[in-house]
Design a protein around this ligand. Structure first.
Ligand code: 13P
Length: 291
């Protein structure tokens, strides 16, 4: 049951009002820690790589490690390419064995976003065993190679969202609703729950067909997360929190153990810290025990 698409694990999540955690990793230690945390919690899992880490580590290497970990895991696991703005790169990662591909043409005009997204959908569906995520509106902040200023960010229009999903055939959909990549500047970010609910109602009211994704998980208050799950969020992306955990844990470990030269011990400290963060997310999202 272990190698799955994002859509396969998001459909039951959306139907039963919980969400699947989607965690961006930048190295093997993080990847193993995320998998171990999800196994501990018996939770379905989406492992994500942004474009730069996938190029640095190599998509074939990442897929080989993913398959090795997922095939022996008692939980379903998806490998997702996050925010690729390049159609050709999406196709290369699909060929390599990623099981969910996000084409992010959200900065393009509406018609061009549809054209590029549909091209990736058609390609991935022809291969089979791959779902595709598209985005409408723009999420502010910095994620990998993508920067969107706050005053540039645009929320997704619900009527256009329906047209986008119908014309592209995307499997899962990320509407911009006011969440942001990176660290939130205020304690109470302005998130448009109503817009999310409306889009979910338009797309999924009779039966769930196109589950929804929430970007910008880091720093979202717990009650926002619960509310977003209620109005249709079935995948939550978390990246910055894992990067900070990796770097802070490494820094603290080295500061406390300056005379020690055993890299394995740093890895153990990082794994423990990441497992804790991921476990907390799984509990809030309500996906523990759902694998
Ligand atoms: P954060 O970095 O804010 O957690 O956002 C992650 C994300 O949405 C990746 O697509």
């Amino acid at each position: 049951m272990s190698i799955v698409t994002a859509k396969e694990i998001m459909l039951p999540a959306a139907e039963n009002k919980y969400a699947v955690g989607a965690f961006n990793i930048t190295n093997l230690v993080q990847m193993e820690a995320v998998v171990e945390a999800a196994i501990d919690k018996k939770a379905p899992l989406i492992i994500q790589t942004s474009v730069k880490p996938s190029q640095f580590l190599g998509r074939d290497v990442l897929v080989a490690i993913y398959r090795t970990l997922a095939e022996s895991a008692p939980i379903p696991i998806c490998l997702h390419l996050d925010h690729s703005t390049n159609v050709e790169y999406c196709k290369q990662c699909a060929d390599a064995g990623y099981t969910n591909i996000m084409i992010d043409a959200s900065k393009q005009p509406f018609e061009e976003n549809i054209r590029q997204t549909k091209e990736v959908v058609d390609y991935c569906h022809a291969i089979g065993g791959i779902s595709v995520e598209g985005e409408l509106g723009t999420v502010s902040g910095v994620e990998d190679q993508i920067k969107v200023a706050e005053d540039e960010a645009a929320l997704a229009n619900p009527t256009q969202a329906v047209e986008f999903v119908e014309r592209t055939g995307v499997d899962i959909f990320a509407p911009a609703i006011g969440t942001a990549h990176g660290v939130y500047k205020t304690k109470n970010p302005k998130v448009d729950f109503e817009r999310m609910g409306k889009i979910n109602q338009l797309l999924n009211s009779d039966e769930v067909k196109t589950p929804l994704v929430v970007h910008g998980g880091t720093g979202l208050p717990d009650d926002y997360i619960t509310k977003l799950v209620e109005v249709g969020g079935a995948k939550f992306n978390v990246s910055t929190e894992l990067k900070h955990t990796l770097i802070n844990t490494t820094y603290n470990y080295i500061s406390d153990n300056r005379e020690q030269y055993d890299p394995g011990k740093i890895d153990v400290a990082i794994k423990d810290a990441i497992r804790e963060v991921v476990g907390r997310w799984i509990d809030i999202l309500g996906s523990a025990g759902k694998a």
